[in-house]
Design a binder for this molecule. Structure first.
Ligand SMILES: C[S@@+](CC[C@H](N)C(=O)[O-])C[C@H]1O[C@@H](n2cnc3c(N)ncnc32)[C@H](O)[C@@H]1O
Length: 293
C-alpha cells in the first residue's frame, strides 16, 4: 500500500472539505457510490450523512479488506458494502442494485489525472450513476503559473557543474511532470496564476483535448518550470485546492503541487506575454510555453 495514504488520511483540510460537501449533498435515502474508498473514510461520511446505502469499491484487495474491517469496527457494515474491485469492473444489477443517486470520489493525485480518473469517470457517468446524479466533486479547475526556483530545478535537472556541461543527463528527466511541495523550496512566480481548464466531472467525455492562454510576465527572472495545481469544486459552497501556500497560506494539503521542468531555464522580462498550452492526455497534462519551451 503506497505510503502517501497516511498523510492523505491525516489531511484535515481535505477531510473537512469532503465531510462538509457530503453532508450538504446527500439526501436521506440516497444510494451512494464511492469510487476508490481506501480506508472507507468517505463512505462512512456518506453513511453518517443519511445515505440509505453506500457501495464502495477499491481496486487494491488488501485495502478493500481493511476498509471492511474499519467499517465493521465503526458499526456501519449494514449500511456500506465494500467491493474489492476496480470501478470499471462493477456489474450493474449485481454489485450495484441500481444506478447511484450520488457519486463520491477522491482518486486525485497531485497532478489530477494520474490515478486514471478519466477512465473511471467516463465509465461511471455512462453506466453506474443515474442521469443528473449529484457528484462530489462537481468539477475541477486547473491553474498554471511560470515559476522561478533554482532549488526546484535542481531536484529534476542539471546544467553546468564545476564548469562541466552535464545537461545531456537531462534526457533521464523526461517525466511530463514532477510532484513538489513548494513550501519546502524558495520560489517566485513570474506570471500571475491563471486558470487554464475547467472540467465538469460527469461531462468528462467532452473535456477539451487542449487549451491555451496568454499570460503576462509580472516580474523579471529566470523561468525554471511551469507549475500547476487544481481546485476541486466539491459542492457549490466547498472548494478544496492544492494551490501553493504562498497564494493561500491556510490551505496547504498533503498533495503539494506539480511542475513541468524546463531543462533550459529561460529569461523572462516584465510585460512580455507568453502563451501557455496544456494537452489533455489520458493520464496526465502536458504543458508547453511559447516562446520558452
Ligand atoms: C487517493 S486514495 C483515496 C482514498 C479514500 N477515498 C479517501 O479519500 O481517503 C484513492 C484510492 O482509490 C483507489 N482507486 C483508484 N482508482 C480506482 C478505481 N477506478 N476503482 C477502484 N479503486 C480505485 C486506489 O487504490 C486508492 O486506494
Amino acid at each position: 500500500v503506497p505510503g502517501w495514504h497516511f498523510p492523505m488520511m491525516n489531511d484535515d483540510r481535505r477531510n473537512d472539505a469532503y465531510a462538509t460537501a457530503i453532508k450538504t449533498t446527500i439526501r436521506q435515502g440516497d444510494l451512494v457510490l464511492d469510487i476508490g474508498t481506501g480506508s472507507g473514510l468517505l463512505a462512512m461520511m456518506a453513511a453518517r450523512a443519511g445515505a440509505k446505502h453506500v457501495v464502495a469499491c477499491e481496486e487494491l484487495a488488501l485495502v478493500a479488506h481493511k476498509a471492511q474491517e474499519i467499517i465493521a469496527n465503526n458499526h456501519l457494515q449494514k449500511m456500506i458494502t465494500v467491493l474489492p474491485k476496480r470501478s470499471t469492473h462493477l456489474v450493474m444489477g449485481i454489485d450495484l442494485p441500481a444506478p447511484a443517486d450520488v457519486l463520491i470520489t477522491e482518486i486525485f493525485d497531485a497532478a489530477f489525472l494520474g490515478e486514471n480518473l478519466k477512465e473511471a469517470l467516463i465509465d461511471a457517468s455512462g453506466r453506474l450513476v443515474k442521469p443528473g446524479a449529484r457528484v462530489i466533486p462537481m468539477a475541477g479547475k486547473i491553474y498554471v503559473g511560470l515559476l522561478e526556483s533554482r532549488a526546484v530545478h535542481q531536484q529534476y535537472a542539471v546544467g553546468k557543474v564545476q564548469e562541466f556541461d552535464l545537461s545531456p543527463y537531462n534526457e533521464f528527466s523526461a517525466d511530463p511532470y514532477w510532484q513538489v511541495n513548494l513550501k519546502h523550496f524558495p520560489h517566485r512566480f513570474l506570471t500571475e496564476p491563471v486558470q487554464i481548464l475547467e472540467l465538469s466531472m460527469l461531462d468528462c467525455a467532452s473535456w477539451p483535448s487542449q487549451a491555451s492562454l496568454d499570460a503576462k510576465v509580472v516580474q523579471d527572472g529566470l523561468c525554471h518550470a511551469i507549475c500547476f495545481w487544481f481546485d476541486l469544486i466539491l459542492s457549490p459552497e466547498v472548494t478544496l485546492s492544492n494551490a501553493p501556500d504562498s497564494m493561500n497560506p491556510r490551505q496547504g494539503t498533503h498533495w503539494g503541487q506539480c511542475v513541468h521542468i524546463l531543462h533550459e531555464p529561460a529569461v523572462l522580462r516584465p510585460d512580455q506575454t507568453v502563451t501557455i498550452r496544456v494537452f489533455n492526455r489520458d493520464r496526465y497534462f502536458h504543458f508547453e510555453c511559447e516562446p520558452i519551451s
